[in-house]
Design a protein around this ligand. Structure first.
Ligand SMILES: C[S@@+](CC[C@H](N)C(=O)[O-])C[C@H]1O[C@@H](n2cnc3c(N)ncnc32)[C@H](O)[C@@H]1O
Length: 226
């Protein structure tokens, strides 16, 4: 008999995270210096926060340093659970947002039947974190988020528009592997995982570092369907 994890398709995938956490351990708070303008991210989180009942639980997937999103959630009066693969980022998040609950874990650990059961959430954010997965895993991560949300729950996602799969790039003095989609395909992948896209916005963004080229950032505001 297949386990719930196998039902999502994780059973057939070998997870390869080589170098990903190490890169973010090394980058630390230089990430926030390289990406100082977070207006799009703040607006997407604000959309989600303002619809939440008091004392809601929000999961921030790939929370990084906890800035700005986990802090924004806490300051709005909700509870935040942040998950990140990088121990260094989790340590920064604990410093930056003492009221948050931060775990060093892999997004894949949260899959149905996986090793980390955090319960269900009113909302989930995943800002520039699903792009750290190979394309084969992104639909599985989205189904995992669907599973982690209460019915009608809200999900804010950002990705960089790019037609790439598990592609190595230089990033703030390190190398990371990233994936992405062109806009229409991203919408299709998100909708196929059981989300209605309520709003979309995009920005051309020039990071404040020479080794990350200008990028188009896409923000989707989504609601769990069914
Ligand atoms: C580009 S940063 C974005 C950080 C934060 N969400 C923000 O927007 O400021 C991506 C984050 O995802 C984390 N990450 C990468 N792969 C992950 C995985 N498989 N599971 C959990 N976190 C992961 C990295 O350690 C890093 O902190």
């Amino acid at each position: 008999m297949s386990s719930p994890a196998d039902e999502l398709g994780y059973g057939s995938i070998r997870l390869d995270r080589t170098g990903q956490a190490e890169a973010f351990d090394a980058i630390g708070d230089r990430y926030d210096e390289a990406f100082p303008h977070k207006e799009g991210q703040i607006a997407a989180a604000e959309w989600l926060i303002k619809s939440l009942p008091a004392d809601s639980r929000v999961l921030d997937l790939g929370c990084g340093s906890g800035l700005p999103t986990a802090r924004q959630v806490v300051e709005a009066g909700s509870q935040v659970v942040g998950v990140d693969l990088s121990a260094g980022m989790v340590a920064l998040a604990r410093q930056n947002v003492p009221a948050g609950d931060f775990r060093r874990a892999d997004i894949a650990d949260l899959r149905p039947g996986g090793p980390l059961d955090l319960g269900r959430f009113e909302a989930v954010t995943a800002f520039f974190s699903l792009l750290m997965l190979p394309r084969a895993e992104i639909p599985l991560a989205l189904r995992t988020i669907h599973h982690l949300l209460l019915p009608g729950g809200l999900f804010a996602l950002s990705m960089v528009e790019a037609d790439v799969d598990d592609f190595s790039i230089p990033f703030i003095g390190n190398t990371i592997r990233v994936s992405g989609y062109l806009r229409d395909e991203l919408r299709e992948v998100v909708e196929a995982a059981g989300f209605e896209i309520a709003e979309e916005s995009s920005f051309t963004y020039a990071p404040a570092t020479a080794d990350v080229p200008p990028e188009v950032q896409i923000f989707l505001r989504c609601r769990r369907q069914d």
